[in-house]
Design a protein around this ligand. Structure first.
Ligand SMILES: NC(=O)c1ccc[n+]([C@@H]2O[C@H](COP(=O)([O-])OP(=O)(O)OC[C@H]3O[C@@H](n4cnc5c(N)ncnc54)[C@H](O)[C@@H]3O)[C@@H](O)[C@H]2O)c1
Length: 255
């Protein structure tokens, strides 16, 4: 679901391309599901289908990890889970702070999937004094005055920003100055960060806009096919012939 980009070169220092790194979590999710069902081995085709990736791409990705599978047997599921987890840095615990504990921040704090993937929510921080001390997901909300101390004491390197857009840059600057080097930004704004700090942006409305674009295309194709088959309902046919607001384009455009 995460969109956006990191401020890093396309290839990481260990020679794994950024596009491969972006697919590793997809493999890991599929492999974890297999592991939970005690499936011992998996072919590249099966795993590629489960991860929604092309199998040739998967084999290429795994070659960067030095994992080639065994002909006729496939890949060892447990070993690959370990290998990918290690590559993603998930074999260690990552303390995370969430800043902005409104609707979204509270929902993120309550999401159990972070802890099970090695991300421990170390603290919840909000600027509203009325929020301070409230328990959210079992953690007391702390005031932003304590941000630097919390980050330093917990050695937090990952910060999640769920504040309004107008506050996000200032929060980001404070997190970075305190030692955070990776930011997951939910606020609808572009953040400036110094070199060496990774920012990933999550924006569900952008994802919805992309789906809306495809829906519109599909609707256009359906209409075009109906016109070609001569099965266009009468009302739609009239609409397709009617001039649009400019007077020269039909209100409903066939593909
Ligand atoms: N990326 C996405 O897909 C997505 C989805 C929903 C919301 N959002 C964005 O997430 C943000 C939060 O949305 P919400 O619905 O939870 O809003 P909200 O108003 O419920 O919560 C915002 C919280 O941030 C706190 N805050 C304000 N300024 C702060 C600061 N300087 N430091 C720390 N905390 C501060 C407020 O006190 C409040 O508790 C918004 O920017 C919204 O646009 C993004």
């Amino acid at each position: 679901m995460a969109t956006g980009r990191t401020h890093r070169p396309a290839t990481r220092s260990r020679g794994i391309p950024e596009a491969t790194v972006a697919r590793l979590p997809l493999y890991l999710r599929a492999l974890t599901a297999l592991s939970e069902r005690s499936v011992p081995t998996v072919s590249s085709e099966e795993l590629a289908t489960a991860a929604g990736v092309n199998s040739a791409k998967l084999r290429k990705d795994f070659s960067y990890l030095g994992s080639y599978g065994t002909r006729g047997v496939g890949y060892d599921v447990e070993y690959l889970v370990y290998q990918i987890s290690r590559e993603l840095g998930l074999t260690q615990d990552w303390p995370v702070v969430i800043v902005g504990i409104g609707n979204l921040g509270a929902a993120l704090a309550n999401y159990g999937g972070f802890a099970s993937r090695g991300f421990r929510v170390a603290a919840l921080i909000d600027a509203d004094p009325a929020q301070t001390g409230k328990l959210v997901a079992g953690l007391p909300v702390r005031h932003t005055d304590e941000l630097e101390e919390i980050v330093e004491r917990n050695q937090v390197s990952i910060g999640v920003i769920a504040t309004p857009a107008g506050a996000a840059q200032e929060v980001c600057d404070r997190l970075v100055a305190a030692g955070v080097t990776s930011i997951l930004n939910f606020a609808p704004t572009v953040l400036s960060v110094p070199d060496g700090v990774d920012v990933r942006k999550v924006d569900l409305s952008i994802e919805l806009q992309i789906l809306a674009f495809h829906e519109q295309r599909k609707a256009g194709e359906d209409l075009g096919e109906a016109v070609a088959r001569g099965t266009l309902p009468k009302a739609a046919e009239e609409a397709a012939d009617r001039p649009g607001p400019d007077g020269d384009v039909p209100a409903v455009m066939p593909a």
